[in-house]
Design a protein around this ligand. Sequence first.
Ligand SMILES: CSC[C@@H](O)[C@@H](O)C(=O)COP(=O)(O)O
Length: 362
Amino acid sequence: MKINGTPYRTIWLAKDGDCVEIIDQTKLPHEFVTITLRSLNDAALAIGDMWVRGAPLIGATAAYGMALATLADASDAALKTAYDTLHATRPTAINLKWALDEMMAVLSPLPVAQRRAAAYSRAAAICDEDSAANAALGEHGAKIIAEIHRKTGKTVNILTHCNAGWLATVDWGTAIAPIYKAFDAGIPVHVWVDETRPRNQGASLTARELNWHGVPHTVIADNTGGHLMQHGMVDLCIVGTDRTTRNGDVCNKIGTYLKALAAKDNNVPFYVGLPSPTIDWNVADGVKEIPIEQRSAREQSHIFGKDESGKVVEVQVTPDGSACINYGFDVTPARLVTGLITERGVCEASPAGLKALFPERA
Ligand SMILES: CSC[C@@H](O)[C@@H](O)C(=O)COP(=O)(O)O
């Protein structure tokens, strides 16, 4: 996507052909800074400390992390260390394991001397595949938005949670890709952006990228969505996901479940955008089986923002001594999901729906 007319992806190979460049998302929305990753450990830090985040981008960064590891050592033992190091960074997004497994499947059978070139080639392909899948799911999802506009003749109001735009992927985004495609096709849209405490990915990242693209949007406190839905101010919800089970349960940023409940109560369609590497075919019951990341309590007790002088500062919002807990994700059961928007089309959030689109996985 473009930033002030310049096309960007969220991750790309540096000019030297070895290092990898990323956008430091911890600095957004106030500063645009890129970081050069030079080693396996840099890639692991980038994922763990959320310089990059969002399930597809976590996967792409892990793939390049494996490639960076081969610069130092491409032996079987070194690959295993790289796999384990990267896999331990964040537990919930299945794209991480998917990308690592893809890399291992390509690298393990090769002689050590051929692994480095093969690793860079597969990592680049994973990035291209993610971009293409998201563009395709965007086209499918845009048809849903277009249909609502055809029926109402009015601006389509879409609520989204967290950041599932191009910053969360290699390009295009998942939940936001349909919005970009609809907007670019001239359909009038307006996005309600949940701020998404505690890390504020909505307020800082979704708002930032919608703003870059010129898409009309309004940032709301996380608790506002239900009220808007009761008053007919939301035509549909679209969110992303970090892991969707073969039954269609959707794990996504904490607070997604409450939005799905409110949507159900108000007959607002609730869609989920996802490229197929986000489907965990090994898991059926999302509530029971998906590991939910718990991050530092400091992300709950403190908040970053820009002060009057333009300096970015961190302030404490809770009293000294109050305990905080920070669950990163929750699971929305399939029964609350209207449909899954994938690169192959839209399906019901159910085993049958997913099997129909991905018969080779049945
Ligand atoms: C296209 S991204 C889908 C999800 O990864 C996104 O909605 C999300 O929850 C990201 O969480 P984050 O903790 O910022 O990595």
